[in-house]
Design a protein around this ligand. Structure first.
Ligand code: ADP
Ligand code: MG
Length: 699
């Protein structure tokens, strides 16, 4: 008997090599194989004569082998010529040993072949290239009927996946049901066990659509797990006690006095909401949304200063080292007259320096810590950590948040994001959080102008930037990240660097993902100080970096970026009072959708508008935007699918899952006493939400 969460190695015939391949394609566990759903099917038809076939069909037919024609040149196929008694069928094989062919298809014998049939118009002959199957006449019946088609990876064949799925289904014990009979009835959902069988044995293309009850059920289960996780995490939060931070106001007063600008009313409102949360005995769990450049940093610093004047410690986590260093500089400067101790801790602080910081945190002599995520994973101990800011939170999951809440005194958590999240997505993914929004931008800003220019005009653009340099303004030049090939990436940035160096010697710097943290900082620092005027970068500069003198942003192959990503990148300029410009260079073969994306950007500077348009535009394949927006990637649900009915159906399922989760948690807080508690815990495990189960225990 095997268990659904067992390692796939327990299945017969899973060799170590195959396991590695399966792991890459599907995952480690039995359930991961079963979660790998077919995306298409083949209807393999039995044919008596070739005349009955249509080009492109998958067919199985009995033929007699006439003779073999060996491959006479590399890259030319070997042929096995057969006949159905009337017409000729050629089986073509590339790089295949003639001994093998002689063995499976001896001349003069009858064989069963199966594969995709083609007709060569020149030679007027039927052909099958690399048949899926060749066997004796008795094998006919195994090779007719409907077969699922799975996504593959190099080294894994359909046959291997099918057989693994088949075994997993055969050996699987009966899995207990977690939904009530009423719910199953209401949606005509099959049981979980049936469901797994059904999704892997589709009988028609219709069954591959999200509307099929078995698929719907999986989508629903996925939503339910997610919503349960959010509700449990929320519950966890309201049950635990945090320090009530009353604040005395003296430091905050000084901080605001020292600011070189007036806070916008949006910033003030957001801070009021945050401050109110901090005074409660329940930990804050708030998301601060605000477009790039809307001034979220100062709001978070005010919250941290409020924490410090309540005699506690605060920390801010940044997603990248560059950003952490920049926050450190900014915050140190902002708080210069407050007499508080600000430190930075990343993987780069080592040895004695690191030890001093760790000691200071434990003793409470460091009041504010800036760092990367590393500080929550490592054994960093605080004396009285009461509040944590998570900047650009899209890379920060519920699991990490749990780890965080176990540090210090159940710290209040403020997440900040510059990626506006459309409302429907909000409910799905941040349902457990309170939200503050900064809608207004600082008054001194001018709209960033955006131009769309063909890459062919590179030379002209390069000469054109001189105007900016003459005015002492700074330039970002972004090259796209080619995900499949870091090598190509590097070539591209290096090439661009050399090219620009010719025009503007000694004024160009280069920053990319392969550089060490310290190397990047040195270059960025030179840029900030004015020793360099142009920064060539891959998207490492994407989040949060703030250089007010930068006024020109050039993005190469802009069509390869997602909308929100482009908007974020563009937000690196237009931070001071000078007019800024963004040039979107596009390459060849730009699709209409990509073109439209660039136009939206030219039309608008409003991140919220752009996010809504982005959602409307996104078709099936364009998941990049989702990844960017930091929304979780679902296994089964797909809000980006092209069919509007399917999108609607999913939203409906999500709404019901939300209600269901709410009902369960209302009735059985922490799932205690819930009759399906164990099953639901299993379900969470199946969807890799193990962390969420811990929420249940801590209650
Ligand atoms: P983001 O919301 O993208 O994180 P930042 O907090 O980095 O934006 O702020 C962008 C720039 O705007 C910074 O240089 C900051 O000093 C400045 N800034 C913030 N608030 C105001 C304001 N109310 N008036 C003028 N400038 C401001
Ligand atoms: Mg920021």
């Amino acid at each position: 008997m095997i268990n659904i969460t067992d390692d796939i190695a327990v299945l017969p015939d899973v060799t170590p090599r195959r396991k590695t391949l399966f792991k890459k394609l599907m995952g480690n566990r039995i359930i991961d194989i079963l979660w790998h759903l077919p995306y298409n099917l083949i209807d393999r038809q039995r044919k008596n004569f070739l005349k009955e076939c249509h080009v492109g069909q998958h067919i199985t037919i009995t033929v007699e082998v006439s003779f073999h024609v060996p491959s006479h040149a590399l890259k030319k196929p070997a042929k096995v010529v057969c006949t159905d008694g009337r017409d000729k069928l050629e089986l073509l094989f590339f790089n295949t040993s003639k001994h093998y062919l002689a063995r499976v298809a001896p001349s003069g014998t009858k064989i069963v072949v199966s594969g995709k049939i083609d007709f060569d118009q020149h030679q007027k002959v039927w052909q099958i290239i690399h048949p899926d199957h060749i066997g004796g006449v008795e094998t006919m019946n195994h090779w007719v009927g409907i077969e699922p088609v799975y996504r593959l990876t190099a080294g894994v064949s359909q046959q291997m996946v099918r057989s693994a799925v088949h075994k997993a289904l055969t050996y699987l014990p009966k899995i207990p049901e977690w939904h009530t009979p009423e719910l199953l009835q209401q949606f005509k959902f099959p049981s979980f066990h049936q469901c797994l069988h059904m999704v892997h044995n589709p009988l028609s293309l219709k069954e591959l659509e999200p509307f099929h009850p078995a698929r719907m059920r999986l989508i629903f289960d996925e939503f339910l797990v997610q919503q349960l996780t959010l509700h449990l995490s929320r519950r966890h939060h309201i049950q635990i006690r945090s320090l009530m931070l009353k604040g005395r106001g003296h430091l905050l007063h000084q901080l605001i006095k020292d600011l070189p600008f007036e806070l916008t009313s949006s910033q003030k409102e957001a801070f009021d909401e945050i401050q109110n949360d901090l005074k409660q005995p329940v930990p804050m769990l708030r998301l601060l949304q605000g477009d790039v450049g809307s001034g979220k940093t100062i709001v978070s610093v005010m919250a941290m200063v409020h924490t410090i004047e309540s005699e506690c410690q605060a920390a801010i986590l940044a997603p990248t080292e560059i950003l952490a260093r920049q926050h450190f500089q900014t915050i140190k400067h902002m708080t210069r007259n407050l007499g508080i101790n600000v430190e930075i801790l990343t993987s780069r602080e080592k040895g004695k320096i690191r030890q001093n910081i760790l000691d200071g945190l434990e003793a409470g002599t460091i009041h504010l810590l800036v760092g990367t995520h590393a500080i929550i994973q490592e054994s960093v101990k605080f004396r009285r950590l009461a509040m944590v800011v998570v900047d650009e939170q899209q890379r920060f999951g519920v699991d990490q948040r749990l780890a965080l809440s176990q540090k210090g005194k159940n710290p209040h958590i403020l997440s900040m994001t510059a990626t506006p999240i459309p409302r429907t997505m909000m409910m799905a993914n941040y349902g457990e959080m309170d939200v503050s929004v900064i809608r207004e931008k600082p008054k001194n800003r001018q709209e960033i102008q955006t131009k769309i220019v063909s890459q062919e005009r590179l030379d002209e653009v390069t000469r054109g930037i001189k105007k900016f340099l003459d005015l002492g303004q700074k330039i970002y030049w972004v090259c796209p990240l080619i995900e499949e090939s870091e090598v190509l990436d590097l070539t591209h940035v290096n090439e661009r660097f050399n090219y620009l160096e010719q025009f503007y010697p000694k004024r160009v710097g280069l920053v990319h993902g392969r550089m060490k943290g310290i190397e990047k900082d040195i270059v960025m620092d030179q840029f900030v100080r004015g020793q360099l005027d142009i920064i060539i970068a891959t998207t490492v500069i994407e989040v949060g970096v703030d250089v007010p003198t930068a006024t020109l942003m050039i993005i190469e192959n802009a069509e390869r970026f997602g909308l929100s990503q482009l908007h974020q990148l563009r937000g690196r300029v237009g931070r001071g009072s000078h007019q800024s410009l963004c040039i979107l260079l596009y390459g060849e073969n730009v699709s209409p959708v990509a073109r439209r994306r660039l136009e939206i950007l030219r039309e608008s500077n409003d991140g919220f508008f752009i996010a809504e348009e982005d959602l409307k535009l996104r078709g099936g394949g364009e998941l990049m935007g989702t990844k960017q927006a930091g929304l979780p990637r679902y296994r089964f649900a797909n809000f980006n699918c092209e069919d509007p009915r399917a999108r609607k159906l999913q939203q409906e399922l999500l709404r019901i899952a939300n209600q269901e989760a709410h009902k369960i948690i209302e009735e059985y807080p922490d799932l205690k006493g819930c009759p399906q508690a164990d099953h639901l815990a299993t379900l969470m495990r199946l969807f890799d939400k193990e962390e969420a189960i811990k929420y249940r225990r801590t209650g």
